[in-house]
Structures are given as C-alpha cells and as structure tokens.
Design a binder for this molecule. Structure first.
Ligand SMILES: [Zn+2]
Length: 426
C-alpha cells in the first residue's frame, strides 16, 4: 500500500501527530500507530488453560476473571464451550457475572462450535482456522476456497445473533500472503468486527510483524487483533511492533502462560506500553494490582513468579552496583525507566556485597538514624567490602555492623572526652 501522507502545517512542514508520546515512545508522528489507543484481550482463561500445569476449576476461573476485570482489561477470552461440558457451563457462569470487560470465547471456525457458543451468553466469538500449508495438509485438510466459504457462513451466523465476531487465521506467518489477504478481505466485506493474526508457532520477528500488519491495515477497515507466541522471546516486542503498524487489539495471558512456553505476558506488555505512554496506560489499568493477579495465577498453576519477571520479579527494582546505587539515590530515573511506586512495588538498594559503594551505605546509615560523617561511612564501607569478599551479608548483618561501628565511635568519643577532662588543670 502507499503510506498515508504525513500531516502538514501551513508551511508544508510535517507536524507532530495529535498524540504526545513520551520520550521513549514512537519517535515520529505516524497516524497508523495505535501505541496509545489499544485494547487487551486477556486470554489466561483460554490460552492459559493450554499451559502444561493449568487446571482451573469454576471457582478459580471466576476469581481470575474478576481480578482481570478489576485490573481493567477490555476483554476476557474463555476456552471454547465445545471443548467440554464443564467448559460450556463455565462460559455461562462467567458471562453472567456482569463484568465490565467483554466476555469472548474462542472457537473453531465451524458451525457446530459457533451454535453452542452463541447460546452461552458471551459478548462475542473469536473464531479461528488454520491457513498455513502445514495445517491445511496435516490438520484439517481443507483448501482456501472451502475455508473462505466456511468463514463467511460462520461470521454471518454469529452476526445474525447480534454478537461481536473476530475471524483469525492460525500460523499466519507461515501462510501464503495472498491467501491471507483474500480471506481477511472477504470477512471484512461482510462486517466482521476484527481480523486476527496469530503467530501460533512463535516464529515471527518484530520487523515481519510490522510489515504484515501494515499491509493488512491497507486491505481491511475492521480492527486487527494480534496473538504472539513467545518461543523465541519476541512476544512483547512483536505486540509493540503490531501496534505501531496499526493493530488495535493484543492478546495476553498472566505471566505469559499458554501452549508450550506461552504468549505475550500481561505484566511485561504493560511495562512496555507504560514506557511508551505512561498516562494512557495508568489511566486504563490498575497497575498496582498486577502482583496480586500474578500471584493468584501462579498459585493456581503451581509455579513461582520468575526471579526476573517484568515489574514483579523479586529483583526488578533491586539496585546493586555501587555506582548505580549512588545515582539511584540522587535521582531514581537515572537507572529506572519504570517507577516502582506506580506498580505498588518498592525500590531496594542492595548494600551487603563487595560491589557496594559508600553513598549507598550512607543512605542506610541515615535510614537507621545513625550519626556518622563521610570518613566514618567510608571506613565502615571498607569493612563491609572486606567481609563481603568472603560471603555476601544480608541486610540485618549490615545493620548490625553499622550500629556496632556507630556504638564504638560513640564510646571512643566519650572516652576521648573523659581523658580530655582528666587533662584539665585543677
Ligand atoms: Zn496461542
């Protein structure tokens, strides 16, 4: 497609877009970009159910749905009611909760599944069919003419029931581009709400994503949803590239759980988008609830939150190197792009190790209300480093050392004062 003309002012010079991205947001005005106007389709209760450890009973599903709704996600996607009788009942139960988030269920592009799903009370259906040559040959065995005809029938049926409908291909990045664009154009013409691109196998990189979404943006007028698997660590970056190219909806799951090693994680995606446009993200989502939601899901699937998890990992806001600690204490933005307090987290400066610096130690001295001058702090820092060369010290051990140093100094000063008194002539 031809790129749209840039906005121009009276002198013919390009002007900034109406969006005001942060310093870390998109550099150039691009009115296709939806970086600051997107929706989350939260799929912990669909994709997440495909995680190896996942088994959600009804009560757990309801707790997760309520927590996600409270957090502020726009959509919650549920396992197909055609999967099992309990899945069908759970769809009905969650649809009845009256949540603010729209409730979707994810079904195969097949009339049998669509008929069951429209009766559950959900707000919309996400339908999916494999379009890659692999899936056409080894999975359902259908050709593109058949797939397109079926897609039109299913989309028309769902629309006739007054429900929202998305049509997605599966394994989109290994599908033929012409086939893909033809089928998306066909469903767009009959009024589908969204078309979906899915990197089902996790093979795509951000540049490929940008190109495909941008091409699709020129072909359809409906919304564009994207779903990225994280097999090669591109789940978040691909989601961001998709939004830059004009995608409107991103699929996530809590902690990224899903088939194999999962999809774009909700928390990491929020971190990425916060850095692009903090006000927009903080206005939409209760970021301080992330930790509780992650703990809820981690407990339900019996895993630990990873140590290096975005935002909530135990070291996400821990600063260690002396040179970092000094700058962080002077101005946190020096080494922090995410403000821990915006996520209900706290910063921690680690000082009981051999990389520590006297500025960080001085800060701890102040926190403890001890009175030591800079020379004292440098001396006690040398002691900490000496001990920490043998093994790292925990914060209690460091505090004990600081208090003892302070005490010794006081005793030293008092005895010096006393001996000075002794020297006084009578
Ligand atoms: Zn998936």
């Amino acid at each position: 497609m031809t790129p749209p003309p840039a906005q121009q002012n009276g002198n013919g010079a390009a002007v900034e877009s109406i969006h005001t991205p942060s310093a870390y947001g998109p550099k150039y005005a691009d009115f296709l970009s939806r970086v600051d106007n997107f929706s989350i389709i939260e799929s912990t209760l669909r994709e997440g159910e495909q995680f190896a450890n996942a088994f959600f009973d009804t009560e757990t599903k309801i707790a997760i749905a309520k927590a996600l709704d409270d957090f502020g996600v726009e959509y919650i996607e549920l396992t197909s009611p055609a999967a099992s009788e309990q899945s069908r009942q759970d769809c009905e139960a969650i649809a009845k909760l009256g949540l603010k988030a729209k409730i979707l269920t994810h079904v195969r592009c097949h009339m049998d599944d669509a008929r069951i799903a429209v009766e559950t009370g959900v707000d919309g259906l996400d339908v999916v069919i494999g379009t890659s040559s692999f899936l056409r040959e080894f999975s359902h065995g259908k050709d593109m003419t058949y797939i397109t005809k079926q897609a039109i029938e299913v989309v028309n049926f769902i629309k006739s029931k007054g429900l929202e409908v998305r049509f997605s291909s599966e394994d989109s990045f290994r599908s033929d581009l012409v086939d893909l664009l033809n089928i998306y154009r066909a469903v767009d013409k009959i009024g589908v709400n969204r078309v979906g691109i899915a990197d089902t196998v996790g093979c795509a990189n951000p540049r490929q994503v940008y190109e495909l979404v941008r091409t699709l943006r020129g072909v359809v007028s409906c919304d564009i949803e994207c779903h990225f698997h994280d097999d090669t660590g591109c789940g978040i970056a691909n989601a961001y590239a998709a939004l830059e190219a004009g995608a409107t909806h991103i699929d996530t799951s809590v902690l990224g759980i899903g088939e194999r090693n999962g999809i774009t994680p909700l928390g990491g995606f929020c971190a990425r988008m916060y850095v692009a446009n903090k006000e927009y993200v903080m206005g939409k989502y209760k970021l301080h609830k992330l930790r509780d939601i992650e703990n809820l899901v981690a407990d339900a699937v019996q895993i630990q939150v990873p140590f290096n998890n975005y935002i909530t990992g135990y070291c996400a806001f821990t600063h260690k190197a002396g040179i970092h600690a000094k700058a962080i204490l002077n101005n946190p933005s020096t080494y922090e792009i995410l403000k821990p307090e915006d996520f209900g987290m706290t910063r921690y400066v680690s000082i009981g190790h051999r990389l520590t610096g006297w500025n960080a130690v001085k800060n701890r001295v102040h926190q403890l209300g001890l009175k030591l001058n800079d020379d004292d702090v440098k001396a006690v820092t040398a002691q900490i480093k000496e001990l920490a060369d043998i093994r790292p010290l925990n914060i209690d051990e460091v505090d004990t050392l600081l208090r003892k140093f302070h005490e010794d100094k006081k005793v030293g000063q008092e005895s010096a004062a006393m001996s000075a008194d002794d020297d006084e002539p009578n």
